[in-house]
Design a protein around this ligand. Structure first.
Ligand SMILES: [Zn+2]
Length: 329
């Protein structure tokens, strides 16, 4: 049986969604309807304190690096799902669940956590801006604070910022992908999942966040995939002057994270990444090494970009339709 397209599903949901969000955001205590875990809504999502609280929890020794199939992996999923629920995001799945399970190639039961803010402009609400980070790391003492608890924290901060606004023109999906370290398996599961009401063709842009907490290692954050003439380059060019404390490396390709899944299908991307030569995939990738002073700037820029991309008059879907080259190889 064919599943309805995301745009049709969202069009049906829209009035319901908007009133539910207004209720959740307007009344009651933030987090009052949380049942999935310890996460609650945050008052100032684009702050060092909020980012630090998320990374400390996600990269805690108790959750041991969120290794796929472990209790730490499940706890991290519940944490992100609780945040999405608290923010008034919509689950993507017809079942109303936040997590879409899959089994990775090592036989580990894991899942992606997916939430959406439906677009308010009928002309472009069928287009999806996908904001992603990955849930998993290696565990067994490798906690993955930078890789990729930092990206998850920024993704959730951007979701909170967008949820507090008037609503994007395009639909924005926030995704915490599982089993990235074993080969981008969560993002592949996302585009091929039959239970999801998403057509991969609906995704017109991917903003991916992976290792964004080590700016101080080289004094640079890379915005990869922003080659001249791409929608991502235009969007970030309009914002960079507002972030004088960030040295941003523009242009160049990357095949190092989940955006590869989308660029292979012709979807343009912007991949935020900071180098971490010392502790990449090492036990020393711990929370105390995170460069929060720059991370909060990266989070602010990410939120601004998500807002700009979801509202832009730029023909985001055009790059996909025209089959423009957005990916190396
Ligand atoms: Zn990573």
């Amino acid at each position: 049986m064919q599943t309805p397209s995301l745009s049709r599903a969202l069009a049906l949901l829209a009035p319901l969604v908007l009133s539910a969000c207004a209720e959740r955001r307007g009344g009651g205590k933030p987090g009052a309807d949380d049942t999935a875990g310890p996460a609650t809504c945050v008052d100032a999502p684009l702050s060092i304190a909020a980012l630090q609280a998320d990374i400390r929890q996600l990269a805690s020794p108790e959750w041991d690096g969120r290794r796929p199939g472990t209790a730490g992996d499940a706890a991290a999923r519940d944490y992100v799902a609780a945040r999405f629920a608290c923010l008034g995001l919509e689950p993507l799945l017809a079942t109303g669940a936040w997590a879409e399970p899959f089994v990775d190639h090592k036989g580990r039961q894991t899942a992606n956590v997916l939430g959406a803010i439906p677009g308010r402009d009928a002309a472009v609400a069928h287009e999806v801006v996908l904001v992603s980070a990955h849930l998993d790391h290696f565990g067994r003492g490798r906690l993955g604070a930078n890789d990729d608890a930092s990206g998850l924290a920024v993704m959730m901060a951007a979701a909170a910022a967008l949820a507090q606004g008037p609503g994007p023109r395009r639909t924005v999906i926030f995704a915490a992908f599982g089993s990235e370290e074993s080969g981008f398996e969560g993002s592949e599961a996302f585009v091929s999942a039959s239970a999801s009401e998403i057509s991969p063709a609906d995704v017109v842009f991917n903003l991916n966040l992976d290792m964004v907490g080590s700016y101080d290692q080289t004094g640079m954050v890379y915005a990869l995939g922003t080659m001249a003439g791409t929608p991502g380059r235009r969007a970030i060019n309009a914002l960079v002057d507002d972030y004088p404390d960030l040295d941003i490396g523009l242009g160049d390709w990357s095949d190092l994270s989940d955006h590869v899944t989308f660029c292979r299908r012709g979807v343009p991307y912007l991949f935020f990444w900071t180098e971490d030569p010392e502790c990449y995939h090492q036990p020393c990738d711990t929370e105390d090494r995170i460069d929060y002073r720059h991370l909060v700037e990266i989070a602010d820029l990410t939120a601004a970009l998500v807002s700009a991309l979801s509202d832009t008059d730029d023909d985001l879907g055009g790059a996909v339709r025209r089959g423009e080259r957005v990916c190396r190889g």
